[in-house]
Design a protein around this ligand. Sequence first.
Ligand code: NDP
Ligand code: MG
Ligand code: MG
Length: 330
Amino acid sequence: MKMYYDQDANLEVLQGKTIAVIGYGSQGHAQAQNLRDSGFHVVIGLRKGKSWTQAEKDGFEVYTVSDAVALADLVQILLPDERQAFVYKEEVEPNLKPGATLVFSHGFNIHYGQIVPSSEHDVIMVAPKSPGHLVRRTYEQGAGVPGLLAVYQDASGQAKEVALAYAKGIGCTRAGVIETTFKEETETDLFGEQAVLCGGVTELVKAGFDTLTDAGYQPEIAYFECLHELKLIVDLMYEGGLSYMRYSISDTAQYGDFMTGKRIITEETRKEMKKVLSEIQNGEFAKSWILENQVGRPVFNAINRKEQEHMIEQVGTKLREMMPFVKVKK
Ligand code: NDP
Ligand code: MG
Ligand code: MG
């Protein structure tokens, strides 16, 4: 594994070029402002709406997607993943300058063949490993968030240098950038969010909460044990790994951890994780998500509604409002 830092990147390869950032949401607003502060000429491509107003307020030249693409030497696609293929076909592809570079922050559409750029374009990925708001905030503080870079298509022979310059422009080389492939980034990102970070954790939290409340314990106590304290434990793991977390908890907690963990994440769970991974690798998950979007998200919306009604959500809303140190998010 090689880590790239500021000294490995040369901003000059992008000097005098116009960068179109398409989309001004979580990643778009952060990457566009960081690039501008790094001295690049940035224009924004959008449809009329909330983001358009915000981008103008932030002092950017805002155009329709078609017009922004037509101006650009480098086009960074920061639309929701499930809309990218459609907008690419309608507004990006017909207006791409010859030799323009396409940039992504997630590999889904390229890896699963939803966007197929012509071979004359460089296709690269620069993916901050962080939510957009931290991409902006850490940059303003003079630091950066780590990132990944990948080259999918190198028509110019300069694709990697351009990716490094872009990564430097958004601040990622201040923290360190690792090279990967579109395949590896896409498959590991989907697996991580499904099995561990989002799907795994939310089910674990709810299962623990339900077990305690079904047994008659107070929901407020169950909330603190199974959700609130999770952050404190994760912070310790983030700072010093599993060992540091275990050093910090009581020996009773550590003995319980050793005895019980494998009864919760069983051999069967690990077998299922392998199955989840294979469905990501063979495209089954991608197909199901693409089709779900094509029919207007009936399953997504139904589950989303039901999840919001879970008791842990009602209890949590009430408790967080009573905790002035928790920044309440609705
Ligand atoms: P958001 O949903 O936050 O923002 C999407 C933006 O696209 C909005 O500005 C929206 O504007 C605009 N948009 C939507 N549809 C259209 C359209 N048809 N035409 C023009 N503009 C449109 O997306 P994210 O920033 O979360 O994601 C962007 C990319 O970054 C994705 O590939 C994602 O995987 C990747 N990524 C995201 C991370 C994150 O932290 N969120 C982390 C790493 C990668 P409007 O106001 O008009 O709806
Ligand atoms: Mg993801
Ligand atoms: Mg405890």
